[in-house]
Design a protein around this ligand. Structure first.
Ligand code: ZN
Ligand code: ZN
Ligand code: FE
Length: 783
């Protein structure tokens, strides 16, 4: 038994002697400057001992008078380096030794490498100060970085994380850089990506034919001029190429939309600084904290522009959207460029349509030559593609919408140890997941597996993680849908290696993902509301209430099914969902004759009667679409979720207009019929919505009532399930109002509500759920 600090103090007071502690730290501790920090702390307290990276964490032995040891522990636990996250700290008292210094020992090589790898981080304030200081040797140098900031995962090629294993290995350090790199008292000690103008990577500016136009600083000037002239510039960022255009120029935005084949989907914006951003929108404290965090994601922020009003942003950027996706510069390169442009720019991934983001100069010059007028490149290679992450803040808490740069590959701690598994993920917004002991690693967002290029990128990324972490999977998990490319990949992978394949139903995986990240064991009521997932009965699910318990799952309630004429085409035509809904409930809706031609109606009605091309669905996403069409918000849309977003915005206006209070009975009828599984009959609600519409009730009020009805539905089912814990998952919970209302109502009824924070509620989190279910399934659990 180690002595308690108090006992040690008493002994110390009696004997005045020296103590020695052995400590072990785990967490995000590699590549974050922990060792030099420990060295400096120990040296300042005149302590001796050593620190060493080992397979199971950072090991420290430290020796000296008790008061100094106490101060050391205090500093380590309460003031660690910026990017360091200590998960556990164990300490033991051990016999003192004869020694006179504190040393940083070489990493122990035995066993598997440390699995915790640092994610890329936004440039720190000290590095920013250096690049703005004309007297500093890194003045205006776009690749300035130190141990507290800069590229990590996007430059690592293999483990352990040391300079020779990164893409900067081809830049030998000059002598001043080497001196910093080797000096434990310097901020750049062991900063693997460190560089300076004399020895590091350089900027290169190309025209679309690949002619080199400039190098170094003039490249920034040329790129800034092009953007201000309304041209499109492709910039090589941290995790891949981006496309930039002046956010104030409609023509530039229109051209970018046309070339990227992106009619209305919102674009992310980069602002030169927080001050500039505050001139345009009013983010909350939590939103500002997200914007300024080392992860530096795109943050969705509500704006209050009125259509037609003149403002700093082009109309075709913001029209139809209640939020803008804003971010701040996160590399010195972005900062230097934005200082020249001094106004917001569109900053979107450098790819076409659904293809993966380009990471190599030649590839980008080829793939983007028809889109970009100028290429702001450099010669530091990117080791793997990584999009910008996207988050939203709901009730002051972060909701992840797209998890990539800044967050990946931070592991997700699990409540128990799983065998090594590969989870192949879903079809849309795909990611893959891997288990390593009691933690999971979720890959970056890869994209929709709909093109050969994305499929190829997906396979490359899966292989990358397997070899990187040296994982030998003992099982593979995939979706129940037989035709998903990810499912097919999983099948052949399992066959090749003769390991079990475990198929996990889509919504079960959604719930399991929420359980895994919240470390929930035992029974929960999982509410999974989303667009579409293949159900165990072969129909399309999406408005599901599941009782989940480890690998087991029972569907206890769902939306009343309705036909989707034309199947997947309904995703782009909310009017088809509306037609299915109206026909299923036998309602009289004159609006249909306005949104369909007579012939279309005849054809679609026969499709519905024959059922072959009108699959049944219980999808909540399609119910949102149907209601949006009934309210004439959208009959067609250019991206999935557009109609649902419009409905959310309508309802949010009602909530914001402060319709002073919203009694829970301000809802539509949506009774639960039958028995386990109960069926939530939206029929009476649809009828009431049409009636309210005809009576001329405001659309914002109707939209709000619709949201409130769903929150009350959650409460009704939760009462029937009578389990204390409820999880909320699925793409519909990207809807801030729905998430907020549902959570609040369930909490008011004394349920414990769990939601997503580390992984997205949308399909981007599915792989984690597949991993969790497979890991607990009988095929893999060793008895
Ligand atoms: Zn820095
Ligand atoms: Zn140098
Ligand atoms: Fe889903």
């Amino acid at each position: 038994m180690p002595r308690t600090p108090a006992q040690s103090l008493r002994v110390a007071e009696k004997t005045g002697c020296i103590f020695r502690y052995a400590l072990r730290l785990t967490g995000a501790i590699q590549g974050v400057g922990l060792r030099p920090f420990l060295y400096r702390t120990a040296a300042s307290l005149n302590l001796t001992g050593y620190v060493q990276n080992r397979r199971d964490g950072v090991h420290i032995e430290v020796q000296g008078p008790w008061t100094a040891l106490h101060a050391f522990l205090e500093t380590v636990t309460h003031h660690p380096p910026a990017l360091c996250r200590i998960d556990t700290l164990q300490w033991n008292e051990i016999p003192p030794r004869l020694e006179t210094t504190f040393q940083i020992l070489k990493s122990a090589q035995e066993g598997a490498p440390l699995p915790v790898l640092p994610a890329d981080a936004a440039v720190c304030s000290e590095c920013l100060r250096e690049i703005s200081d004309p007297l500093n040797r890194r003045y205006r140098y776009p690749f300035t970085t130190c141990v507290h900031c800069g590229p990590r995962f996007s430059i690592i090629e293999t483990l352990p994380y040391d300079r020779p294993n990164t893409t900067v290995k081809s830049f030998p350090l000059c002598s001043p850089c080497l001196a910093e790199y080797q000096d434990p008292l310097d901020r750049r000690f062991d900063a693997q990506a460190t560089a300076c103008p004399a020895c590091g990577p350089r900027l290169e500016g190309f025209d679309p034919r690949g002619n080199l136009l400039a190098t170094d600083d003039p490249v920034l000037l040329q790129a800034a001029e092009m953007i201000l002239q309304g041209k499109i510039v492709s910039l090589k960022g941290l995790g891949g190429f981006q496309l930039l255009a002046d956010a104030a120029q409609e023509e530039a935005v229109a051209r970018l939309r046309l070339l990227k084949d992106r009619d209305e989907k919102p674009f992310a914006l980069m602002f030169p600084s927080l001050e500039e951003l505050l001139k345009v929108v009013s983010p909350t404290k939590a939103e500002i904290a997200c914007l300024q965090s080392p992860e530096s994601p795109i943050v969705l922020i509500k704006h209050s522009f009125r259509d037609g009003q003149k403002q700093a942003l082009a109309q075709n950027l913001i029209q139809g959207h209640a939020c803008i996706g804003a971010m701040l510069p996160y590399t010195p390169l972005h900062h230097l460029l934005m200082q020249k442009i001094r106004r917001p720019i569109v900053c979107t991934s450098g790819n076409r349509g659904n293809e993966p983001i380009s990471i190599e100069n030649q590839e980008a010059l080829h793939d983007l030559r028809e889109i970009a007028d100028y290429f702001l490149c450099h010669n530091r290679p990117i080791s793997r593609p990584m999009d910008d992450s996207v988050v939203r803040v709901v009730d002051e808490k972060r909701v992840m919408l797209r998890r990539a740069r800044g967050y990946v590959p931070r592991p997700i701690p699990l409540s128990r140890t799983l065998p090594p598994i590969l989870a192949a993920g879903p079809h849309l917004k795909s990611t893959a997941a891997f288990s390593m002991g009691d933690q999971a690693v979720l890959s970056q967002h890869i994209g929709n597996l709909e093109t050969a290029k994305t499929d190829e990128a997906y396979r490359r990324i899966v292989r990358d993680y397997l070899s990187f972490y040296r994982i030998e999977p003992e099982g593979v998990a995939c979706d129940l849908h037989p035709d998903y490319l990810s499912s097919r990949f999983a099948e052949s992978f399992a066959q090749e290696r003769a390991i079990p394949l475990i198929r996990v139903q889509h919504h079960h995986a959604h719930v399991a993902a929420c359980m895994a990240e919240n470390r929930l064991e035992g029974k929960v009521l999982g509410i999974a509301w989303d667009g579409a997932g293949y159900g165990t009965d072969g129909t399309i699910w999406g408005g599901e209430f599941l009782i989940c318990d480890g690998p087991r799952c029972e569907r206890i309630a769902h939306l009343r099914p309705f036909p989707l004429p034309g199947g997947e085409r309904a995703i782009h035509e909310p009017r088809r969902s509306a037609l299915g809904l109206v026909r299923e409930a036998g309602l009289d809706a004159c609006h249909l004759s306005r949104v369909f031609s007579g012939n279309e109606l005849l054809l679609l009605d026969s499709v519905i009667r024959q059922r072959t091309y009108a699959p049944l669905t219980t999808s909540m996403g399609r119910l949102f679409d149907a209601v949006a069409s009934l309210l004439d918000l959208h009959h067609r849309c250019t991206f999935e979720g557009q109609a649902a977003m419009a409905l959310e915005n309508m309802a949010a206006q009602n909530a914001a207009d402060g319709a002073s209070s919203h009694p829970p009975d301000d809802r539509y009828p949506c009774p639960l019929i039958d028995k386990r599984p109960w069926i939530a009959d939206w029929g009476p609600m649809a009828a009431a919505i049409l009636r309210d519409r005809d009576l001329g009730l405001s659309l914002t009020r109707i939209a709000f009532r619709f949201h409130q009805t769903l929150a009350e539905l959650a409460v009704d089912v939760a009462r029937k399930a009578s389990l204390p814990r409820v999880t909320l998952s699925g793409g519909c919970f990207q809807n801030a109002l729905l998430l907020s209302l549902t959570r609040r109502r369930l909490q008011e009824e004394e349920f414990e509500v769990y939601t997503h924070h580390q992984v997205p509620p949308n399909d981007g989190g599915i792989a984690l759920g597949q991993l969790w279910v497979a890991g607990l399934s009988r095929e893999l659990v060793k008895l």
